[in-house]
Write a protein that binds this ligand. Sequence first.
Ligand code: NAD
Length: 733
Amino acid sequence: MTLHDFRFDVDDAGIALLTWDMPGRSMNVITERVMDELDSVIDQVASSEHIKGCVVTSGKESFSGGADLTMLQALGRQYDENAKAGNPEAAMQAFFDGSRRLSVLFRKLETCGKPWVAAINGLCLGGAFELALACHYRVLAETDKARVGLPEIKVGLFPGAGGTQRVPRLMQTGDALQMLFRGEQIRPQAAKSMGLVHVLSPLAALVDTAKTWIAAGGKGVAPWDEKGFKPPSGKVYSPVGMMTWPPANAIYRRETQDNYPAAKAILQSVYEGLQMPIDIGLRIESRQFAKILRSREAAVMIRSLFLSMGELNKGARRPKDVPLTSIKKIGVIGAGFMGAGIAYVSANAGLEVVLIDQSQEAADKGKAHSHKLVTDQIGKGRAKTADRDALLARITTSADYESLVGCDLVIEAVFEDRAVKAEATRKAQAVLGPDVIFASNTSTLPITSLAEVVLRPENVIGVHFFSPVEKMLLVEVIKGAKTGDRAIAAAFDFVRLLKKTPILVNDARGFYANRCVFAYLLEGHKMLLEGVPPAMIENAAKQAGMPVGPLSLTDEVAIDLCRKVLVAARQDLGDSAVDQAQMDLLDTLVVTEGRLGRKNRKGFYDYPEKGPKTLWPGLQALRPTRLDPDAIDVTELKQRFLVAQAIEAARAMEEGIVTDPREADVGSIVGFGFAPFTGGTLSYIDGMGVSQFVLLCDKLAKAHGPRFDPPGLLLDMAKDHETFYGRFNAKAA
Ligand code: NAD
């Protein structure tokens, strides 16, 4: 047996150790060859008389991230080719067999007659954790980095190699469903208390602990293969089952709005599978898996959220020829809302931070934000007091620009005022010289104009974070007219250190993300003025797949800030740049009613000291007409929300503000939560077909005005039946 991806040793006591260690890769992943080799090892363990059992572990820092998703994609392509070749039934059988190969293999391991133990030394996710679940005993290293979990749902798939059958046979059905729906990475202690692993062990003793279990006579039979096995929640058709399933169904609908076929497949697999012996349960799961693997949702979510996101995070759009920037110490000017957040995420990533404000007191207040955030983490058991001390020690506060000496990069987050920003830039460059890379976190001012005040405009760049900085994973890197490659590379290198996702955006009003977000908010405000009940607006947006309704989001952003953006747009571009009805609405809320949003507890919603927010009853008076809710076309409301944003994204592509569909798609999901099941703004259009999308735009433009007119680019693409990924040749296509 020649192995490439594993090492296989049998000790004197007859206990085998299978070490997964793929050459040339930093992490193990399940490939066809891994399956072939595992298959032959299982045969050997089962047939060899002197082997008592087998421990499987990894030779890398992590155990494994799971199956190679490109392998799963290839199965789909193979099916299409075979089906086209004229025998769809055989094509489907081959696809089904291929998609359940891992499931069958793990079941073979589980029933081979010898005990198997997973010695999980680090991160163990997806298909790799399903391998562990098929083992008869699981030992997990008790380290900071060890995690187990089944995150497939996050890319539109679900655990199809036994996860939906074994997890609900290990714990209460409700807990199992939550775990499968959430797809979270679970820490060692939690994994132990959930019953996902049998025992925790120090890393150094991991393999010994596993071997000891076999040596002590550990049985090679899974609990569900024992006679008389009952799942922890008992039968589906039982009083307990009846208390579980109706609410599970309701929670599924509330959380997914029925937009995610994979989540429904989990529900069906668990519900049907638990009523059957495990082998039939696994077959049920496989049927669902094959169906989901061929779904559009899975295809576009894998493309955007796994492939494209991975490529962007690795710097696909970073200038290739510039050497990696050495960033150890950064300066943050402006210790307000955003600056304090940027200081925190930077210090958290291990960077030294000099945090500057107009007074020492203001700078200290910014640092206090970091204290609060780490303290919250400590409260949740995710950090230790020593972590807080170390993080805070990395942040120096000052009102003196001289403290910036030695910084490799400076980010300014002062007031959104051209003169204030110019002054901060000049002062910083006086200390650091013209070669330092100077990044601005401006949300509206053109980077090109900010660069005018410095000696070397090629060193000025926009690094646009979103709030709250510690939560939001997208960063727009804004390229001004004169920004050079060294500055772009530095910005990418910085964002990568923070483990956030950068997209490269050209300098334009609203850049990319905010432009789409404002189109979304406008739609909500227009609906209110048309007479759609506010609760219906919010619910339709969520049904469309948005995480937060437009009225609620306006409150979060702050209504006065939205109004300021409109005022600035009108000043710079003229009256036609703003929607007068929206302007009037925001004027009334801010100027007449003093309603600024969540920040003063008064916005589209009221925010009482205690209890949940409620829609402000005064909104009724702001709606000149009231539509009969039963006469409102909810499908159209949903379309308006998504189409308004997708048109903006298409316009941004047409104008060259974003240039790579991967960035438009990933940016839209990560930056503003654009319905993830669509794969993002441009995949939404591609998925519908550009011609179909143009027809929909025309219909909406007729009913609601020219903001829905499709841009020329789309008309052009429709003529030739093009897609964004085809026309703009994104590597991820
Ligand atoms: P803020 O008012 O909370 O903070 C600005 C800070 O800058 C204040 O602490 C102020 O004292 C300080 N400051 C002003 N002039 C200074 C100077 N000359 N030297 C040093 N410090 C000075 O504002 P914010 O919300 O943090 O916004 C900062 C920047 O980030 C703005 O450009 C804004 O457009 C941008 N931005 C804001 C958000 C958001 O959601 N608030 C999101 C993205 C980008």
